[in-house]
Design a protein around this ligand. Structure first.
Ligand SMILES: [Zn+2]
Length: 273
């Protein structure tokens, strides 16, 4: 992905009033609105809102601006043009690079919340000072943020693409087949297995396209194209409730910009022009 965000994994730095602050409260991100444009506040502004927090995490840098994540557990007073927007809805409203950093903030804070105790001996963990990790003072177990790889695949048959409606979608959206990588499995095998399990189709010529983090809470999506080989669509009825071959002239409601699903679909449209 082309962007100006750089993760700084080996820098120790405390926030200053002019650094960007990705503040999360109950799954929502604090933003500043100026008409249709949403921006991320700096620490100076956060302090004026009276936000109370225990820890801050350095996420990286956008150009020359340091970005930090904090989580607040008590209500903050929203005044003027400040708003809290759910992370599930904020994607299309932010610039892509800010959305990426907001995702990293969510992932790191979620990891912090779920790794307060050592998984090996149960003692309370401590934050490692020199890297994004936690260490157990009793048994020295070191824990890094967990990243779960998942595949997403655009299955192509001639000038048509396979799109499926997942029963868990909140609306009538159709998207690509996706699923988590199993322990001990390579990515191509995941592609074959997921497509077969969810829609009963065999695929061939699996080709990597691009990847994208999906930090809600901790995935890395790996995008592929694959060609239809054999089989008739037969949905699993559990996860996928409908799947069809669509040509670009009769698309249903598809995922929004920024998502890897949409990038794969857009690439398909470009190819069949
Ligand atoms: Zn331990």
């Amino acid at each position: 992905m082309e962007n100006n965000f750089n993760i700084l994994s080996n820098i120790v730095k405390k926030s200053t009033p002019e650094d960007l602050c990705f503040l999360i409260f109950k799954g929502s991100l604090l933003v500043k609105r100026n008409g249709d444009v949403l921006s991320i506040p700096v620490f100076d502004e956060i302090m004026k809102l009276g936000a109370k927090y225990e820890k801050e995490f350095l996420l990286g840098k956008i150009e020359d601006k340091f970005c930090f994540a904090i989580e607040v557990s008590s209500e903050i007073k929203l005044e003027n043009n400040f708003e809290l927007i759910s992370l599930y809805e904020i994607g299309p409203l932010l610039e892509e690079e800010l959305f990426l950093v907001a995702g990293r903030a969510n992932q790191i804070l979620n990891w912090d919340r779920t790794h307060r105790f050592c998984g090996k001996c149960g003692s309370r963990t401590e934050d490692k000072i020199d890297e994004m990790a936690k260490v157990c003072p009793s048994c020295n177990n070191v824990m890094y943020p967990v990243i779960c790889p998942a595949i997403i695949v655009a299955v192509i048959k001639g000038d048509k693409i396979l799109l499926a409606h997942n029963g868990g979608f909140k609306n009538d959206m159709y998207s690509l087949i996706a699923g988590f990588v199993e322990a001990g499995e390579d990515l191509e095998s995941t592609v074959k297995r997921e497509v077969f399990e969810e829609v009963g189709i065999n695929v061939k010529n699996i080709k990597y396209y691009k990847s994208s983090p999906w930090s809600f809470p901790n995935s890395l999506m790996v995008g592929f194209f694959a060609e239809y080989e054999s089989g008739e669509i037969k949905v699993d009825g559990k996860e996928i409730v409908d799947a069809q071959w669509f040509s670009k002239e009769n698309f249903p409601n598809i995922p929004k910009k920024f998502t890897l699903a949409r990038k794969l679909i857009d690439k398909f449209i470009e190819k069949v022009k």
